[in-house]
Design a protein around this ligand. Structure first.
Ligand SMILES: Cc1cc2nc3c(=O)[nH]c(=O)nc-3n(C[C@H](O)[C@H](O)[C@H](O)COP(=O)(O)OP(=O)(O)OC[C@H]3O[C@@H](n4cnc5c(N)ncnc54)[C@H](O)[C@@H]3O)c2cc1C
Length: 430
């Protein structure tokens, strides 16, 4: 409410806002939702939310189960081992770019068991509270068709090695208080009779949910617009500072003033923070998806319909049933902002899709850049040298999962309220 924001005044339709948000992906729109609830006059500026945002073609899994950060022991070793394999799920392109080198150095520093123990409860709390908030949002008018499903998630395994990895994850998740079932092959097929992927068993995470990410984004956009949030197409090219604050941004040659700014520009956020004295270590981590309409998956009318989201752990692929389609996704490539599609890396995704659907080769591949932080935790907080600018990025593989809680934390910080979760681990300059 306005009273929570003593500095916010009702304003006319001038080019001055309470809050300008750069980026209209899931993070930017979630921030807009909670700021608007607080009575703020909000502008979202985005140069291509349905073309370049990671928030559209992703796997749509809401995953409290993912308590192990990307920076975990063994990741760098696998990256090196897989360097020469064009179909590997992880690819790190050798580069001398100094921002990338620094990110990689920080990343490998965090690939330790101690960091996993530190990050796991933080990720659990973020995910569980965000999942609750998403359920609240989806109960609002206009969200009925976004495909929120509370069916859980199956983490499938086939080889002994991935069975052991899933077993370790199950132990950790159970220790963290999550609901976990260990299933053999028959038990898994009982939960998902449509499975054709080769498996020896699985771990079933009942608290995970899923959503159709584009439908969520569109519903959120309609909802915040109806509540008075303005959304403009445009590219922010400069942040105009005066002293230790920013007074305006320039977008497509126009100056737009505000009291507060939120940088939710995904993988591109560091381009904006650098001029404000913060070299935010976020790298684009490219991933692919292939979305097959249900009519391509109905060739055998007697076959049961796929219903439970799955992670194929052996190949690090995802399968998500969504309204009207099944989406297959995977791969993580650290190779800068190269949006070209390497069909060799998409091949394992298409092979998986072909188990369930026909004419998979005719379907276009989507690619997106996950904004990856080196410690697997997001950045949510103000900039040390510009106190009225807040970053909200670095969510990596979990931006859909952590969107709502990020929006709420940003709104609480801007209003000067105590954040509903300890936000210290997310400091921008940690
Ligand atoms: C293959 C794949 C699968 C995934 N699966 C999942 C999943 O199952 N569950 C999950 O939780 N997460 C998943 N993710 C991760 C998730 O998609 C991201 O973490 C999330 O979408 C990031 O959202 P964002 O709003 O920060 O960034 P984005 O969605 O990238 O949005 C950033 C926006 O900023 C805009 N922008 C950038 N610079 C400027 C500028 N200067 N001026 C104006 N606009 C600008 C861009 O146009 C873009 O629209 C997946 C990602 C990939 C690639």
């Amino acid at each position: 409410m306005l009273t929570d924001f003593p500095s916010f005044k009702a304003r006319g339709m001038s080019n001055k806002f309470d809050v300008v948000i750069v980026g209209g992906g899931i993070i930017g729109l979630s921030c807009a939702h909670y700021l608007q609830k607080d009575g703020a006059r909000v502008l979202v500026i985005d140069r291509g939310r349905y073309t370049e945002a990671a928030s559209t073609g992703n796997a749509g899994m809401i995953v409290p189960s993912h308590i192990i950060p990307l920076s975990a022991p063994g990741v760098i070793a696998n990256g090196i081992k897989w360097l020469m394999n064009p179909e590997s799920p992880l690819y790190i392109k050798p580069s001398t770019d100094r921002h990338f080198m620094k990110w990689l150095w920080l990343f490998q520093k965090h690939c330790t068991p101690a960091h996993v123990r530190y990050a796991a409860p933080i990720l659990r709390d973020l995910s569980l509270s965000s999942s609750e908030l998403l359920t609240e949002i989806c109960a609002l008018p206009g969200f009925a068709d976004v495909g929120l499903r509370h069916d859980g998630l199956l983490m499938l395994h086939n080889s002994d090695k991935t069975a052991r990895a899933n077993e370790e994850l199950a132990d950790m998740a159970q220790e963290a208080g999550l609901e976990v079932d260990r299933l053999d092959r028959e038990g898994t097929l009982e939960v998902e009779p449509a499975l054709k992927t080769q498996i020896s068993g699985s771990v079933f995470f009942r608290q995970d949910t899923s959503i159709h990410p584009e439908l969520l984004l569109r519903a959120l956009e309609t909802h915040v617009r109806a509540g008075g949030v303005e959304i403009r197409d445009g590219e922010v090219t400069s942040m105009n500072a005066s002293g230790r604050a920013v007074s305006s941004v320039t977008a497509d040659g126009e100056e737009i003033r505000a009291d507060h700014f939120v940088l939710a520009a995904g993988s591109w956020t560091p381009h904006l923070t650098r001029s404000l004295g913060l070299n935010l270590p976020v790298q684009p981590a490219k991933g692919y998806s292939v979305t097959v309409p249900l009519e391509n998956c109905d060739s055998d009318a007697d076959a049961p319909r796929f219903k439970i989201p799955c992670v194929v752990t052996d190949e690090k692929l995802t399968i998500t049933p969504m309204p009207g389609c099944i989406r297959f996704g995977g791969t993580l490539s650290l190779e800068g902002f190269d949006s070209s599609i390497d069909e060799r890396r998409v091949r394992p995704i298409r092979r998986q899709a072909a188990l369930y659907c026909s004419n998979v080769d005719d379907i276009q591949t989507w690619s997106g850049f996950r904004p990856a932080s080196p410690d697997g935790l997001p950045y949510i907080g103000s900039l040390p040298k510009a106190g009225n600018v807040f970053v909200a990025t670095g969510h990596g593989m979990m931006g859909v999962t952590h969107g709502p809680i990020t929006g709420r934390l940003v709104a609480e910080m801007i209003a000067g309220r105590t954040p509903s979760l300890n936000a210290e681990p997310f400091r921008a300059n940690r």
